[in-house]
Design a binder for this molecule. Structure first.
Ligand code: G6P
Length: 612
């Protein structure tokens, strides 16, 4: 989704801005643009299409300015076009603005401005922002930097919806103002230069020290200084946070695609996530100040998230219920936020979000909080919005995930959520200690097991080459294998554009089996010995109707024959999602490659979905 980059310093801004936008390409976008303050005012270069197109635009070589803003747009209001691309200016060409988010009351504001004789040229919601700032700026009595700041503040207080904004004013060529509400924005502190981005990897090569703004906090940047203000424009102090990710981790490191690199990073990302939270004797979350009394008071846990992160809830619901003896509901955030959920002080709501910026997940968190529930965030990004809203936070340590289709974040989230369930059950005293000891030992072995899956991927590649021309593919599984196939199916459809669905194997006979005909591919996961023979019977039913079958398994399938079998290591069935998903991720990857698609940036999808 939209990306933002900004630079103010002593170097030419345009190459830094374009470079930053290239690093944000993975978020998904359809247009790109930059604005730089030049000697004679603000210059804007923008167009629909790829960031690299900016290099071909007339005038790009002539930009000398050292203060600039940049944007990749993912169309919401108005189709992708040059005119709708950001940056946008006000009618008098005084202000240039890039915006990430959605202005919900833009029609109202546009009408107000049109009634005041402002003419609009784009279809965007964003264009009201520079014009509204200019409207208030023209009413300021003085022309000092405070009048710029004040006009921005008054305009922002009129906006409903979400926004992260970078604002340039031609009257103050040595300053930039940034502000956010419900949309991601970070400020990187350099020496004699400062950087802005919607996402840390865009500027990680320049600095590791970041300021994180809260909603309605304003940063007034110059080359050597950053001043912060609250919504009353009282100056405030913010501390920097140091981000430990390194740039190498955000590069491809010799892999063809980020997705493949991230799949192969899983042994490391799982190991890092386990980190110090678990050793054979002990689970500890030193920063998680949850009391025994509070856990005992709980009558329900919700796990709420979107996309792959929601599938983590499905993969870990059972382990929570078995170990903690507390009922667990898993909800899609976009549904939860509008259903007037039954939550109160006896409900713990756990929110899982790789980016920590997903709009629906954040809204669902705010809702539960307003109803008195406690909230716990599981995120991969330090200081992300969700972690700042939640009562408690724990972090996965997957490193930057760039490919739109999530892989290493999923396995890290499953591992961390499982360790959390063990931690709660130890405090509650609800779980069988032999089971807990087994799980602890097996969690520590997961990186090795995932590594084994990654050692020989030829069978997966072969099967991908057999199925890449298919139109429909079905996945089936029972119990946790059903949860695994839901994620497997999502991976496949996201990056191969093949229609695919996952079904509980036992449900096939209630409808879906009507779709099975000669040559249809059915993929299953079989990792639970108690359910294996049941799923095998369901596979036999589809084979009888002509289906081509692939089985990912660690069970004994003697006496049965399938078109493809991918063996995975033995693993406790409760932890199977971490191991069994890996060949499924690779299958989706190789199918996408066989079709010649852009694996990392699938059409219409965005990495970080910061609008509803
Ligand atoms: C998008 C991404 C998915 C991700 C989902 C939730 O749809 O493409 O990969 O699972 O958002 O993102 P989050 O950052 O909240 O985990």
């Amino acid at each position: 989704m939209c990306g933002i980059v900004g630079y103010i310093g002593h170097q030419k801004a345009s190459p830094i801005l374009i470079n930053g936008l290239l690093r944000l390409e993975y978020r998904g976008y359809d247009s790109a643009g930059i604005a730089v303050i030049e000697k004679d005012g603000i210059s804007i270069l923008k167009d629909k299409g790829k960031v690299n197109n900016l290099y071909n635009l007339d005038g790009i070589d002539k930009l000398e300015g050292t203060n600039g803003i940049a944007h990749t747009r993912w169309a919401t209001h108005g189709k992708p076009s040059k005119i709708n691309s950001h940056p946008h200016m006000d009618e008098s060409n005084t202000f240039a603005v890039v915006h990430n988010g959605i202005i919900e009351n833009f029609s109202e504001l546009r009408k107000f401005l049109e009634d005041n004789n402002v003419k609009f040229i784009s279809d965007t919601d964003t264009e009201v922002i520079p014009n509204l700032i200019n409207y208030y700026y023209s009413k300021e009595v003085s022309r000092d930097i405070f009048s710029f700041l004040h006009a921005v503040k008054v305009a922002c207080n009129e906006l409903k919806g979400s926004f992260a904004l970078e604002i340039l004013c031609k009257d103050f060529p040595d300053n930039m103002i940034v502000v956010r509400k419900d949309s991601p924005l970070v400020i990187g502190k350099g020496v004699g230069e400062n950087f802005i981005a919607s996402d840390i990897p865009a500027i990680l090569s320049f600095t590791k020290d970041f300021y994180l703004l809260n909603d309605f906090e304003y940063a007034l940047l110059s080359r050597n200084d950053i001043k912060f203000f609250d919504n009353d424009l009282t100056e405030i102090n913010l501390d920097t946070k140091t981000i430990e990710w390194n740039m190498e981790a955000a590069e491809k490191n010799g892999y063809d695609d980020f997705m493949l690199k991230e799949i192969y990073e899983q042994p490391t990302s799982i190991r890092e996530t386990i980190g110090s939270t678990l050793n054979e004797d002990k689970v500890s979350f030193p920063d998680l100040n949850i009391s025994k009394e509070y856990l005992h008071s709980l009558n329900r846990i919700y796990i709420i998230a979107c996309g792959t992160a929601m599938h983590v809830g499905l993969a870990t619901k059972n382990i929570f219920e078995q170990l903690c003896k507390i009922p667990v509901e898993v909800e899609v955030a976009s549904e939860f936020r509008y259903k007037n959920p039954l939550v109160d002080s006896k409900t713990l709501c756990i929110y899982i979000s790789q980016s920590g910026e997903t709009a629906d997940t954040i809204a669902a968190l705010k809702l539960a909080k307003s109803k008195g529930a406690k909230t716990l965030a599981i995120s991969n990004v330090i200081g992300s919005s969700i972690t700042r809203e939640a009562d408690y936070t724990i972090y996965t340590h997957a490193g930057p995930e760039i490919a739109v289709a999530s892989t290493k974040a999923y396995t890290s989230q499953v591992v961390l959520t499982t360790i959390l369930a063990i931690y709660f059950s130890e405090i509650l005293g609800t779980a069988d200690t032999t089971l807990i000891d087994t799980l602890k030992k097996e969690i520590l072995e997961l990186p090795k097991k995932v590594d084994e899956v990654l050692t020989d991927t030829s069978a997966i590649k072969d099967f991908a080459n057999k199925i890449y021309k298919e139109k429909d593919i079905f996945f089936i599984g029972r119990g946790l294998d059903y949860a695994i196939t839901m994620e497997a199916s999502l991976k496949l459809k996201e990056i191969s554009y093949i229609h695919s669905e996952a079904y509980a194997a036992g449900e096939l006979k209630h409808g879906t089996i009507a779709l099975i005909e000669n040559g249809i591919t059915v993929i299953s996961s079989i990792t639970n010995p108690d359910l294996a023979h049941k799923t095998i019977s369901n596979i036999q039913e589809v084979i009888t109707r002509g289906a081509k079958t692939l089985v990912v398994t660690n069970q004994d399938l003697e006496g049965h024959s399938f078109d493809g079998v991918i063996r995975i290591p033995e693993v406790n069935p409760m932890l199977a999602p971490v191991v069994a998903i890996v060949p499924m991720q690779l299958l989706a990857y190789y199918v996408s490659k066989a079709k010649g698609l852009d694996v990392d940036k699938p059409r219409n999808l965005a990495k970080s979905v910061t609008v509803e």
